[in-house]
Design a protein around this ligand. Structure first.
Ligand SMILES: Nc1nc2c(ncn2[C@@H]2O[C@H](COP(=O)(O)OP(=O)(O)OP(=O)(O)O)[C@@H](O)[C@H]2O)c(=O)[nH]1
Ligand SMILES: [Mg+2]
Length: 370
């Protein structure tokens, strides 16, 4: 049994932990004993995420650290785990602390300039210049954070779409990358009709591989035509397009042009392709995986950095917009108002205000005991 005295415990409250053998009977016996001894106390089992929620409500962690912890618990790949851990350990929160300090300093400077202008109509040019350059630096730092890869790609997987004419070997290649028979393969042209999404992890990075219907321009089959329309949408939405057709027909400049089925006796090298592979013999499949991971590395946070969710990104861009507005203003009263709005947004971002509606959803993602 371990005791932790508040406010220095994980939740900020007094906490006692029992560490016991994992069998259900042992756990049940301890819970029964606790209920028996403390019949007059208001004892109940914790709700999912209740410990983390108390830590948040007692100011031990902010909302971003709580979200990082939720992501860490559901991380399935190494890159997701690393990014979530940095978020849970408060790396983004510390950056926000820096921004808040800068914002408060700028707000104080604006107030003092306003007080000064009451007494004398000549504004202090040096102080105004300092205010503007501080705001510029802050806005640039926020912009740099917004330009970094977002958490959605990291968590949902990089979208890799395999496309090309019928019988090019798209489904066979997808199965080889996925390591299982996810898509039907046959020598009948037009085997794949609909798009098939397969989540995979390659070298610790999450990808969603999408198999598509072969682009048969002459098809008169209505179902096949619908599949081809869906393939075109998938081609446009792909983060990485693997094109298995003739390089000259490639629909996107940035596609990876793959020459498949290189083990076939009638296969011929084509100068316009980026890589030749055989999904059947495995030749060059390791190179294809390396190429996918290399391209993906530009779309996910680098090692040692974290990624922001849509909520966090929207909040940062609203703060950035307030600062940009403040920079266009000469009227210090309006500058002060924009800085107040930016600070209000900061409160929402760290969970100090206006987030009650999302807390149940967030902490509901945790398991009991977390
Ligand atoms: N020898 C060899 N045969 C392959 C290879 N890849 C695919 N095939 C064969 O080529 C035929 C077509 O393969 P699929 O993977 O179904 O081709 P697809 O591009 O998905 O075709 P559709 O779904 O009709 O658009 C099948 O008979 C496969 O067994 C390969 O790398 N080597
Ligand atoms: Mg297919």
């Amino acid at each position: 049994m371990l005791g932790f005295r508040g406010p220095h415990s994980a939740t900020g409250e007094d906490v006692i932990e029992w560490h016991c053998h994992g069998g259900q009977a042992v756990v049940r016996a301890i819970l029964d004993a606790l209920h028996g001894q403390t019949a007059d106390m208001d004892l109940r089992e914790a709700q999912p995420g209740e410990f983390t929620r108390r830590a948040f409500e007692n100011g031990r962690i902010d909302l971003n650290e709580a979200e990082g912890l939720a992501d860490l618990l559901s991380a399935e790949t190494e890159t997701q785990r690393r990014s979530a851990l940095l978020m849970a350990e408060g790396h983004f929160s510390r950056r926000l602390d820096g921004w808040r300090t800068d914002l408060l300093r700028c707000a104080a400077l604006t107030e003092s300039l306003l007080d000064f202008s009451d007494e004398d109509d000549v504004p202090d040019e040096g102080a105004v210049g300092e205010l503007k350059s501080s705001l510029c630096r802050l806005g640039d730092d926020m912009q740099a954070q917004l330009a970094a890869p977002s958490a959605e790609r990291l968590n949902d997987g990089i979208r890799v779409v395999l496309a090309g004419p019928p019988n090019a070997g798209k489904s066979t290649l997808l199965n080889a990358l996925a390591g299982r028979d996810a898509a039907i393969v046959s020598d009948i042209a037009g085997t794949t009709r609909d798009r098939i999404d397969v989540p995979v992890s390659l070298n610790g990075i999450a990808f969603t591989l999408t198999d598509t219907a072969g682009l048969n321009e002459k098809s008169e089959d209505r179902i096949e035509q619908i599949g081809i329309d869906r393939a075109r949408v998938a081609i446009d939405q792909a983060d990485i397009l693997l094109w298995l057709g003739a390089p000259s027909d490639c629909p996107r400049e940035d596609a990876v042009r793959v020459s498949a089925q290189m083990d076939r006796v009638d296969w011929q090298a084509d100068g316009g392709t980026d890589l030749a592979v055989s999904a059947v013999t495995g030749e060059n499949m390791d190179k294809l995986v390396d190429l996918l991971c290399e391209q993906a590395s530009h779309l996910i946070p680098a090692e040692g950095s974290y990624a922001l969710h849509a909520r966090q990104r929207e909040s940062v861009s609203r703060m950035k917009a307030e600062i940009a507005q403040a920079l266009t203003q000469d009227d210090l009263l309006i500058v002060a108002e924009h800085l107040r709005m930016a600070l209000g947004e900061m409160d929402r971002l760290v969970g100090r205000a206006g987030v009650e509606d999302m807390l149940d959803t967030l902490f509901g993602r945790f398991c009991i005991g977390k």
